[in-house]
Every structure is written in C-alpha cells, then in structure tokens.
Write a protein that binds this ligand. Sequence first.
Ligand code: DP6
Length: 316
Amino acid sequence: MWQAERPSNIALIKYMGKKNIQNNTPSNASLSWTLQHLKTTVTLEPVVNHEDCWEALPSDFPFVMSKKGRNKYLAHFKRLKDYFGVSDNYKIRSGNNFPADCGIASSASSFAALTEVACQAFKDIKNIDVYQRAQLSALGSGSSCRSFLPDWVLWDGEKISQVESPFGDLIHMVVIVGDQAKAVTSSEAHKFVSTSALFEGRTERAEQRLKVFSENMQSKNWPALYEIAWSEFWDMHALFETSNPAFGYFLSGSIEVQSLARNFWQQKGDGPLVTMDAGPNVHLLWRRDQCDLFEEFETHFIKNKWQSISNFGQKT
Ligand code: DP6
C-alpha cells in the first residue's frame, strides 16, 4: 500500500476561465499561497477482480464524494495509469483534515495527493520530478498543480514556479461561515463564467493584477496587496453572479466577515489580505509580525461566533 499527502492552496490571483477545457489550460496565470496545514491524505492499494474504486478514509471531517466528483477523481486516476502504462486496478482512499467542498480548495489537495501517490507507486516505471508531477496533476484539476511547491506559487498555464517574497511565512485563517457542499463546482464555474458580459477583459484584468501584485510584493507594500486581492476575488464572484445562469457562493456571514476585516484595516491602518474561493468561507492571510493584530481580530470578532481554522499556533 502507498500513502501520500499534499496541502491545499488559496489563490490570490484566481484561475477562473479556461482556454481549453479538455486539458485545463487557464485563461490567465494564477498565484497562490500554499496551505501546509490543510491537507489531503490518499492511499492506494491493489485490488483483484474489481474496477478502480474510491472510499473515504476515516477523518475528523468525513465527507461523501458526489457521483460527479468521484467520476472526475477516478478519471484522473485512469489518466495517471495510462501515463505510466499501468493496467492493474486499485482502491483509492482519501480524507482531508478540513471540511471539503466549501471553498477551502479541497479539490486542489485531493488531486495533488492522488497524483503524488500514483507517482510514488509507479516510480519504478517512470520517475518524474515535482514539476512534471504538477503538470500531470493540472490535467486532473488545474489548481492542484500549485500544491506541489511551498509558499507563493505561480502557475502560468504551462509550468509552476515559486515566487520569492520578503514577507516570510504567513498566518492563514479561514472563517467557516457555511459548510454545506456547493451547488456549482469550480469546474462548472469555469464554463459558466464565459457567458458573463464581464468575462470580456477578464484575462487582461487578472494579468494586470498579477503584475502589480508581484511588484508590490517585492517593494513590501502590504496594503497594496490587500487592495489587489480584494478586487480580484470580487471580480471572480462578480463573474459568477453575472453568468447565465447566474450563481453565487456568498452567505450573509461572508459579507459580515469581509466588513469586519475592512473595518479593522480602516481602524488600524493594517490588517490581513482577504480572499474567497468558490465557496462562502473567507480566507485571511497575516504576516507573522502581525500576530498581535491577528489575536485581537480573532478574539473580538471571530471566536464564539464562527468556526475557524488557522495555523497560528503552529511552528513555522
Ligand atoms: C476558484 O482547479 O477546481 O479555486 O481545473 O476544472 O478542476 P478544474 O478547476 P479548479 O478551479 C479552481 C478555481 C478557484 C480559483 C483558484 O484556485 O485559482
């Protein structure tokens, strides 16, 4: 039996919209922060007289994979077997240490972990490096390729690369304002957004934000990063809300947490980067030197009201 784990990641510049649906070629480059504390574990075990199959691993956050989700997962495993020239069948088990399907990018970590476990199991046939693994993983789910490197990761549509940052390690917190499985998956969202009138110019807007975000990262302009990240996730959610059919992920709690973070910035002149994935939950990223601010925000506004997950107490 083989076992592997990969972390999730949260994009600050989003992968939304595809040039090619078949191989997940993104319309624009994306940039993410790797969430080392939010992981998927996958095991692989040979089976005889049985098709490839999937089962949940026991976990604190048990989840049921939808039929659609399972088909996509098993189709990716078939793609991996074809790549390595493997014809035996396997039982795949996977589990997360966080709630799935609600905007914590569980598909990124679960596809990355599946690709990783297959690369380990079949390494005697072909041993490929981390960049090739990431490319293979992107064919299953685009955003998963960014889970193969730590910290800031750029995916330009062909390859991934790590981006240097003067800010060092970050504190991540996701505020869970809803944990119901989402009605529209991110793969469906990629298709629908092309029907939005706002999709025209989306590639240029995302590329421009990426350029300015990278420049401000190098010049250590944290408030500018906050502003860019804010307009970027609103741009993506505006595409959702103006698609045909329109769909959306915001809950009242999503708006409430956003307002709390914005008011905090206004009061302190400092605060977290704020972003949302294709789900209702709000992600906050803080510099390690902001730990007092982080604690103040958490104690006053989050604790006792919402569930949240963070890596605050974890050693860097
Ligand atoms: C909103 O990688 O889940 O999380 O390639 O179709 O599997 P597929 O899509 P997926 O899309 C992720 C979209 C996003 C933004 C992001 O992570 O960049």
